[in-house]
Structures are given as C-alpha cells and as structure tokens.
Design a protein around this ligand. Sequence first.
Ligand code: PHE
Ligand code: ZN
Length: 850
Amino acid sequence: MKDAENPTIYLKDYTPPNWLVEDVHLTFRLAPQATRVLSRIRFVPNPDTQDRRFFLEGEDLRLISARIDGETVTTEVTDEGLICDVPEAAFLWEAEVEIAPEANTALEGLYMSGGMYSTQCEAQGFRKITYYPDRPDVMATFTVRIESDMPVLLSNGNKVATGDGFAEWHDPWPKPAYLFALVAGNLVNLPGSFTTKSGRAVELNIWVRPGDEDKCDFALEALKKSMRWDEEVYGREYDLDIFNIVAVDDFNMGAMENKGLNIFNSAAVLASPETATDANFERIEAIIAHEYFHNWTGNRITCRDWFQLCLKEGLTVFRDAQFTADMRSEPMKRISDVLDLRGRQFREDGGPLAHPVRPESFQEINNFYTATVYEKGAEVIGMLKRLVGDEAYAKAVALYFDRHDGQACTIEDWLQVFEDTTGRDLSQFKLWYAQAGTPRVTMTEDWEDGTYTVTLKQSLPPTPGQAGKSPQVIPFAIGLLDRSGAEVVPTTLLELTETEQSFTFTDLKARPVPSPLRGFSAPVILERETSNEDRAFLLAHDTDPFNRWEAGRQLAKSALIGMIDDGKAPVSGYLDALSRLVTDETLDPAFRALAMALPSEDDLAQSFADMGQTPEPQRIWNGREDMRAAMAKALEGELRPLYDQHLVTGPYSPEAGPAGQRALTNTLLSLMTRSDGGAAARAQYKAADNMTQQLGALSALLANDLGADELAAFAGQWAHERLVMDKWFMIQVAQARPEEAAGVAVALSQHPDFTMKNPNRFRAVFGALAMNQAGFHHASGAGYRLMADWLIKLDPLNPQTTARMASAFQTWRRYDADRQAMMSEQLNRIAALPGLSRDTAEMVGRILAA
Ligand code: PHE
Ligand code: ZN
C-alpha cells in the first residue's frame, strides 16, 4: 500500500527543467507560528527544452497570494506543489505563503530550535519554505530580506543592508535552492579574519548561543587551516567577503554547507578541553574542513540531480581525509577510515540496503546520505587518483574546476575530465559507481626459480536489484619483503581488470613475503590463505604502516574467533606479538592504542556470517571479554609502567601527539581496571582536567561494573552542558551488560533531560542501544521491541532520523530463526503504521525485502 503512495524516482527519467530562474528575492516576516515568506522570482524559458508546463514544488505551505507580472493568477495546489498557466516568455512570479517554524519538528525547511530560527534545505527542504523549482539544476542568485526583532539575522552571501528589525543579504553566486540558509536568533559570535592568497579580506564568525562562546576557538582555527589548505593543495580560494558558521542544537546530520552560511550541529563545532574529547576535536576539525571544501566541490560546482550526490560528497570526503592526513597522521587517518568503512559501508553493502555509489532509483533521497555514497564515494576518488597518478589527478581536477564552474554536473562530467587529461578509457572504472556490493579478491601465490607469481581473482556478490555483474578495475598495491624484513620489491600497483589475472615478479633470490593491498588501495575484501607466523612477521616488519596494523588485526580476529568458536585460549603467538608491539617505543602511541582495540562485535558477527555460521551475540560478547582478560593477564607487568610513562599531565592540547598518548593510556587503563579494583581509573577521574581523561576513566570503571559514584558526580558536574550530558546518556547504554541494556535505555528515556525532539539526545540513547550488539540482539527480544517502540514514536515528529535509525535492523538476516522472527515482527509492526513517513516506509520496506 505504501509503495502505491510513494512513487519511485529513476535516474533514467531525468529531464531538464522547463523554466530556469534568473534571480530570486525573498522577504521573511518571521514569527514562530506564522512566518510570511514573500517571493519574487524571475523565470525564463529553458532554451534546451520545448515543454513550457509550469510546476513549482511546495509542501506544508499556506498560499496567500500568487501573481504573474503583477496580475493575480489562479493556481492548482496539491500536496506536492502548484500548477498554473504561464506566459510563453520570461515572466515575474510573486507569491506569499505562510509557514509555522515552531511546529516544525522534522528539522527540514525553516524551523525553531532553542528559541532561534534556522533552516535546513538539502535535499528537498526549500519546498517547505516557498513554492520553487526545488531541484539542484536550477541555479539562481538570491537576495534575502529578513524582518524580525531577533538581534542577529543571517543569510547567504554578503550583507548589503541592515537596520532596526531587518537585514538584507545578497549572494552573487548562482546556487540551487538546497544551499539557501537563514538564521535568526539571540546569538553571540567569535569573530576572526582571513586574507585569501589573492588578497581578499574575509570576515569569519562562529555564531553560538550565549554561554557557548568559550567553545569556538578550535573551530575558528580549523576553518582558517581549511581555507589555507584548499588554496595550497587545490588552488581554491574563498569567494565572498564573509563566512559564517552557526551552531544549532537540533540538527539531523553533522553539518550543512549552505553558501557562506554553514549550519552545524552544535556537537560538530563546539569544543573545549573540559567538555570535548580528543575524538570530538578531530571530528570537528574534519567537519569544518568538509563543509568549507564544499564551497568548491558542491556549491560552485553542484549536482545536476540527486542521483549525482556522490559527485559532491565522495569528492569532499576524499578532500577532507587528505586534509586530516596532512594535519595529523596519514597512516592513522587511513586506518581509522578503513575501520569506519568496514564497520559501516561493508555492512551496508552486504545487506538489504546495498546500493550503488550512484543510486539509480529512490523514493526518499534523504535515505541515500549513506556510507556508500560518502565513504565508498571517497574510496572511488582515491582509486582514481592511484590509477592515474598524483600529477594527472591534479591536472584533471584543475580542468574540472575550469570547465564546470557555475554548473550542475554529473559523474560523467567528472570522469570526462580524467579521460581528457590522461587519454585513459574509464568506462570500466565507471562500474564502481554503478555496481553495488563489495568485491571479493582472492589471492594465490606461486614460487618457482626466482619468479614469484600472484594470481588475483575477483567476484562481486549479487545485491538488491543487481545480479550478474562485470569485473571492475581494482588497483592492487603490493610490496614484497624478504625474510629479514627488508623490502625487495617496493610498493607496486597491479591493475586487476579481468575476473582472473596473474602478475609475476622475477629475479628474486628467495621466496618473498607479500604485503598485499597496501594502504588498503581498493575497498575490497581480500581473501588469502596465510599463516599466523606470516601475520606476526608483517606486524613486526612491514614497511607499510597500514598493513602492519592490518596484520595485527587479522591476528586478533583469528585468535578471537578461535576463542568464541571453541573456547580456545588465545593463541599465545598473538599475545606475545601484542606485548612486543605495545612496548615498542619506536611506534606511535596512537598506533599502539588502535592495535590493542579488538574487532567490534558487529565485525565479528559479520565474520561468522561470512564463514556460513550463525553469529551468537552473547558468545561474541563473552569472547571479547575473555580476550580482554587474557590481554590484561599477558600484559600484567607492562600496563602500569607504560601507563605512567605515557600519561599526559601538562596543559591540554588536542593535537595528534598528546591525543595519541591519551588514547594509549585510556586503553591501558581499561585493562588495569580489571585487576586493581578501579584504583587507577578513580585516580585519573579525579585528576582529569579534560574530557578525554575524565570520560576514559569513567568508561573503564563502568566496563568493570564500577563507577556508580563517578557516574552520579559526572551528571552533577555537567548538568548544564547539553553535549556532555549526551555522553552521559550514551556511555550508560554503551557500557551496559547485554541483559541490562534495554532496561538502562528505558530508564534513561524516562529521565527529565531526555527528549526525542533533539536528535543528538535520541541517538545518545537509542543509537547506543543499536551499537551495543549483544544488548540489542539479546535473546529476550527486549532490545528489538524497545527500538521499534521509539521509532514509532519518533516517526511523526522526525522522519529523517527515524529512517536512519531503522538501519539498526539491517543485519537481521544474519541471525538465527528466533531472532529473525522477532526482528521481522517489529519491522512489520513499523511498516503497518498508518501515516508512516515516506522515509521510514522506504527503509523498512527495503530491509524487509531481504
Ligand atoms: N550535505 C551535508 C554534508 O555532507 C550533509 C547533510 C545532508 C546535512 C542533508 C543536512 C541534510 O556536508
Ligand atoms: Zn558533505
């Protein structure tokens, strides 16, 4: 029934707009319950089409009046928009509509949050503000007048006039409506300035609610670094006189790149040492950069239609990853990105929600802001760069900016600049955009008379709507080591283009140890028979830092799987290698901390599924606990001295160096807490003057069923800090024992500070429940029921966040019959809900179709 109501939109049905927009004038008379929006839009016929029918998107608008060239016109208004007869040639459209920002809990369009007005228009939110051709290939200049008694009134572009109760903004750069933004509120700013390389002075501001002004410095510095970096590395300069960033508490996503007026989830911008962790600082720096980089990859060059979303997102994620690697540590950034890719994108690619990097159909585009579009989209850019080389990449991207500035483009346009600069045929490469699923590459080896042969075989599993796939171009970086650990063949890029292909290395003195898929040169699953000895060897000797980590990871995984499977004690080889690594002072502490982190419960569940076994969440949980106990025992003598040696006590700095030391000491602390009754963790908690150490200590205590006093003290200390309280909510669910997780979430949902209107708070509790795998999948089914109850409650208020959270159920087919029955019961209960949103209906429908 839902499917009949919610039409599917196809890429192949794209047609250009009938009418183009020259310029837009908007006047906002702001009022919480009845805001008036006056629009004056100059329409011109699109010379590329014959069709002159006129349709404007509009949702939840009360139309007051509509005029064409000054004359009132009759219109036909539907739930989706408005139709009306229009002249043959250019005309002026004027309309007045009324909207209710205060009642807007979906956080899309114009809404009120914490007493301020804010907008979110990507992807299709502008149609909730006024009638408009709300599609990214219609680009226009905007002039905006805001009338309100709020002290701060902001919109895109440059400020052109201001006075008592009003402000006017003009954005000279043509843009699609999804980049429109408006903010009005009682805000304070941290000001800054930046001079571009050609000498343009740019005023910078971070706007926040009074009381948050002490948490803006880091974001401002990150912005300046991003602006400089984009000039130096991509030759891109900022193009307006002012750049504003606003922090908003209620926001569905991380942040939004509106032209000249970025709007951020306050969690993605506010930071002080006392309230934010090292991970928060790193994430804030990356998101500030990401949104800033969109100014060129997204805004100046935008997407023709929403199927091309990866054109801006994949490229911008790739750019922000390069930035973070430059600011911090390249190998550490790569390792954490691969962890994230495997944890979120491979999981998506292997289940009912799998879709190509460029999807070919959707019901609700908001459901496609996914790990596949973003993270796999970025991997595809990385592979392209690897294949053509750094120099050709730089040339092609320069041509892209040159050729397409001011346009709304497609993946074809993007690939064309690479074909034109390199002469390469990229038609096979393009399959990365079109075929869903994670390729499996099987590697076998041969050794004969000084010749070493690697044979690679690729296959791509079927995904929803896609069977029978073609081989892709897989850049496979490999290095060869000899038994002393010396590199006999440096990193070499093999190009796998066939289903099966062999590559030879000649004139070798002895059979080498291969280091395959260096730097994770392609987003594939590598299958290869290897021994724990070879893994331990690579862990000790590989010159590629990523593969060094990877070898340790595989060792840990096989040890863990052995323990879970048949209760085996962990292979002593693993614990020996770990202890050597942890105490190796030549290694980056951050690397050591990551190497000690165990594969996640979800990762292990996937491994069992891949081996054709049904994952048992409780046993996986027990296995990880046993492994931690074994680690604590094996490292017993080293923990305390290492902890003392690396404990950072001086003034806090969020830089990668000290952050790495804190990551290491927090990891050590969690093991120490197993046997010291919590003494060290309590001491760290007490002494901590920063959130990383305070939360690390609290987490170590809670993980060992200690820390009730600290938990209460934490709430007392931070009751007034919303973002810190999110951590307080989250950690309790995250650290709850499996049988208690749902109960803890229920109790927290009854806490006076819980609200489902704030997506951060909702995710703190229910996102954490989904992450607590053994808790969510507890055999009682309590986790499933609770999640469904809350998704049902949230859907009428906020469809976007509900649909996103419904993905907690995406792995349901992995589990045993009882759990599958319980999960499908809950999914069906949601699907049957009268008035279910298009967002959630589509997600649940796709998950159930598995
Ligand atoms: N375009 C934003 C980004 O990636 C994400 C976003 C999408 C934010 C939709 C809000 C709504 O930077
Ligand atoms: Zn983005």
